[in-house]
Design a protein around this ligand. Sequence first.
Ligand code: B12
Ligand code: SF4
Ligand code: SF4
Length: 251
Amino acid sequence: MVSVTQEAKHKAMAAGFAAAGVSTPNLLQDLSYGWVGKITNLRPPEEILPSAKSVLLLVLHAWDNRAFSFAIDPPNWRGYGMHSPDEQFESYYFGSEIMINKASPVVDFLRKKGYDATVTSRIPLKPAAVRCGLGCQGKNTLLITPQFGPRVKLISVLTTAPLEPDAPFTETFCDECEKCVAACPTQALEPYRLKITRCMTYSVESPYSPDVSEDVRQLERQYVQRPTARSYIECTICADVCPIGKSRKSV
Ligand code: B12
Ligand code: SF4
Ligand code: SF4
């Protein structure tokens, strides 16, 4: 008989995800939660869905890495930490919109089975994905999957369903390679560590922040493409150069 776990994963694959893995809030207790700089406050699964018993991590192959990195900020957006907490903004991030949409059949399925379920990207997705058996974190700090390397986007479904956990991923891929570290134009990377304010993704998302240095601003103007005045394509260089999974062009 097909289990709820197998059926939930099957729904995810049918919706277009490339891989799906399961862990439990208990097994994710020691991840580093809290604020990442001034960017986002990552929470434990039970704070997002009380009585969550399982975390289903979904991997979407970003088959056009630039299209998936397309973002639009609202006109009055100044940057992380530069607004009062009650200010509401509507940003648009193409990759997230697609993932939320594709995850909804999984949520519907679990709810029809009588469980609660919700989609979220507010947990630390990369280390959670490692615990769900989906890949390892590379020297660019991204999740490196065996099939597509770092060219993936991640999202999670939290549920009260007691799904069967997968074994954590234990292999590593980087060995002596340091291509991502060498390729970053702003030298934001040290192996396994990112200096956030030197990353052009941070600088483009924080157009007025005083914590971004002038050399980074200049490189941002050179490298970050802006299809329209309020839109941009986030940097993907440290993912593009990674040799792991590079030959896989399409799903
Ligand atoms: C905040 C954030 C950012 C910030 C900060 C990035 C960062 N590395 O922290 C900024 C805005 C700069 C950013 C940039 C980008 N991001 Co971003 N970001 C996030 C977010 C919201 C949280 C990341 C996080 O947890 N940071 C906290 C730090 C502390 O966590 P960490 O990197 O895992 O750090 C660990 C390692 O360094 C490790 N470590 C330290 N030392 C050592 C030593 C060894 C030997 C080892 C093994 C490990 C190790 O320990 C640390 C703590 O666990 C996630 C979504 C989410 N909810 O998780 C997306 C996410 C990570 N981003 C993503 C992407 C794709 C990007 C960009 C490529 C931009 C783009 N085009 O989309 C760049 C890549 C920059 C980079 N190389 O990291 C994807 C990653 C997909 C993947 N393959 O992993 C995510 C998952 C979004 C998504 N929904 O898909 N991002
Ligand atoms: S996203 Fe770009 S700027 Fe940021 S670490 Fe990667 S290569 Fe460097
Ligand atoms: S480019 Fe090389 S060092 Fe960087 S994540 Fe990929 S395999 Fe690891």
